[in-house]
Ligand binder design. Structure first.
Ligand code: FAD
Length: 283
């Protein structure tokens, strides 16, 4: 590939880019700083690419990843407020939370503390405490796998539980309603406190492994099977939140995969429920 501008970086360990700190090298890792570079990279990768956000919902194989891995750089990380709130695709949620806190804007407080980017949150339609990120979304600008830039209004996008119709595109920017709120800082702090008390922030992890079935939360089912604390080498079912698997030190993809299979088997046997994975696997 002759991609002078696209900042091709070889031998990049993806463990450094995932919150669970697991993952092998990317054969082609592109840290892309602007639209023109992104277009070139996308065209060269010919559909065979992964787009990396905050790496907070990924389980990446320890072996070399053959597909191109694309990470949006600083030009895609910004917040602008006019009639709507415009947020770049690679903007960390923490930046949006700070902005919302200072400017008394609602719609994000319930997500505070999730270590993700806006692109990743919208692609996954992340939700927390009963509200999805799509609730106040107005539209998005994406690049498709041929390098075309397309705008979608909210009505043109399908959002459901932990899913959106944007998974085949690269989310470049998102427009949200700028919802005036009050006491936003206090609300954010309350949500943060609840999150810290319920989720595991002590060891690296990738958030909830499984989607919640309609009947009962996955964490409840896993705990009821007596699997809290179960270990495979350095991977462990969190003692704090049974739907989290933590990396105690040097856990591998296979260690986590083993625990996932074991959990699925046990939950199926005891409750006749098939757990569906929420995490995205890259192999
Ligand atoms: C401690 C912790 C707590 C969490 N709590 C919650 C929670 O309360 N609610 C919840 O819903 N999730 C939660 N998660 C999971 C995770 O943060 C979300 O799924 C989030 O949406 C992932 O965003 P990301 O930027 O990290 O994306 P990544 O993990 O990097 O990628 C996830 C998916 O999004 C795609 N993607 C990333 N960026 C883009 C982009 N710009 N354009 C198109 N596709 C893109 C990736 O290709 C991949 O398919 C938690 C995770 C952790 C570690």
């Amino acid at each position: 590939m002759s991609l002078k501008q696209a900042e091709l970086k070889r031998k990049h360990s993806l463990a450094d880019f995932t919150t669970i700190k697991i993952g092998g090298e990317a054969k082609h890792f592109f840290a892309v700083s602007n639209i023109e570079s992104l277009k070139k990279v996308v065209k060269n990768c010919q559909d065979a690419f992964y787009i990396l956000g905050g790496g907070s919902n990924l389980l990446v194989d320890d072996n070399c990843i053959e597909k191109c891995v694309i990470k949006l750089g600083d030009e895609f990380s910004y917040i602008k407020q006019d009639k709507y709130l415009e947020v770049g695709g690679s903007t960390p949620l923490s930046k949006v939370i700070r902005y919302a806190s200072v400017n008394n804007l609602g719609g994000f407080d319930n997500l505070a503390g999730i270590p993700a980017t806006i692109g990743g949150l919208v692609a996954m339609n992340a939700s927390s405490y009963g509200r999805e990120i799509s609730a106040y979304l107005r539209g998005v600008e994406v690049m498709d796998s041929r390098g075309n830039i397309i705008n979608f209004k909210k009505e043109e996008i399908v959002f459901s539980y932990r899913r959106s119709s944007l998974t085949e595109c690269i989310i470049l920017r998102v427009w949200f309603e700028a919802v005036k709120d009050y006491d936003t800082k206090a609300k954010i702090n309350n949500f943060l406190k609840t999150r810290m008390s319920k989720q595991d922030f002590e060891f690296p992890n990738c958030g909830c492994i499984f989607k919640n079935p309609e009947t009962r939360p996955a964490g409840f089912l896993i705990e009821a099977c007596g699997l809290k604390g179960l270990k495979k080498n350095d991977a462990q079912v969190s003692l704090k939140h049974a739907n989290f698997i933590i990396n105690l030190n040097k856990a591998s993809y296979n260690d986590v995969d083993y625990l996932i299979s074991h959990i699925k088997e046990n939950v199926h046997k005891k409750f006749d429920i098939i757990l569906e994975e929420e995490i995205k696997r890259w192999a």
